[in-house]
Design a binder for this molecule. Structure first.
Ligand SMILES: [Fe+2]
Length: 233
């Protein structure tokens, strides 16, 4: 099956996502009515169980999951069917368990502990687009997505690099390919991202859509008070 309107979301880092990101995605859904939704990773932040120091002024692990599940429910109401690509943050439960010698057999699947019914988790995904071209979706293979695309010999999309929001094109004698970074939907001011406090660059909020094989970036533009401007540009 090939899809005509593929919505690509990345790096919400729930519950530390931007407060307007669900509103933004609701409008995108109304405007474009995607027939396939893929979330290419870091849907959850799991700050409390990350390999870095836990900020004691943020949620505990249990509380963070409880908070996250509220938003996951909202997101599931908006997008009942989603393919979730595995990533460094969302997989923290399993990485932590592995570190301490816990068999995978003891652990619940993502869908079970998050309570989603039709979301499916995969490592990476290759789709055939409606123009018959192949596209590779991954969380974050290289800071240069063009290289990923050229290595794979097909178009490629990734997230992970919160400040990257771009589309590059390349071609060989047979085909034209694209390489896209879709940014993130994080609230950079949140303490969970204090590591980025002194960055001179700013995270770029938005998502990507592929319409009949052609990629497009949809920025979530913020005003000076850090609120979404409320319209798709
Ligand atoms: Fe991320």
């Amino acid at each position: 099956m090939s899809y005509k309107k593929i919505l690509v979301i990345s790096d919400l880092h729930i519950p530390y996502h931007h407060k307007d990101s669900l509103k933004f995605l609701t409008e995108i859904n109304k405007e474009y009515k995607p027939d396939f939704v893929i979330n290419i990773g870091d849907c959850l932040d799991f700050h409390a169980i990350s390999m870095h120091d836990h900020n004691p002024d943020l949620f505990s692990a249990g509380h963070e999951l409880k908070e996250a599940k509220k938003y996951i429910k909202e997101l599931e109401n908006l997008f009942p069917k989603v393919i979730e690509v595995d990533s460094n943050h969302s997989s923290l439960v399993y990485r932590r368990a592995l570190k301490y010698g816990m068999s995978r057999e003891f652990l619940k699947d993502y869908g079970e502990f998050l309570g989603t019914k039709k979301w499916k988790w995969v490592d990476d995904l290759t789709l055939i687009l409606s123009n018959k071209q192949k596209c590779f979706f991954t969380h974050g293979r290289s800071s240069d997505i063009l290289k990923v695309s050229q290595t794979m010999g097909m178009s490629a999309v990734q997230g992970h690099y919160h400040t990257k929001f771009l589309i590059s094109w390349w071609a060989n004698p047979d085909n034209l390919f694209f390489a896209m970074n879709v940014g993130c939907l994080i609230d950079q001011k949140n303490m969970a991202f204090s590591y980025a406090k002194n960055f001179r660059t700013r995270f770029i909020l938005g998502c990507g859509i592929i319409l009949d094989g052609i990629p497009r970036l949809l920025p979530m533009v913020l005003d000076s008070k850090n609120n979404w401007i409320g319209k798709i540009v």
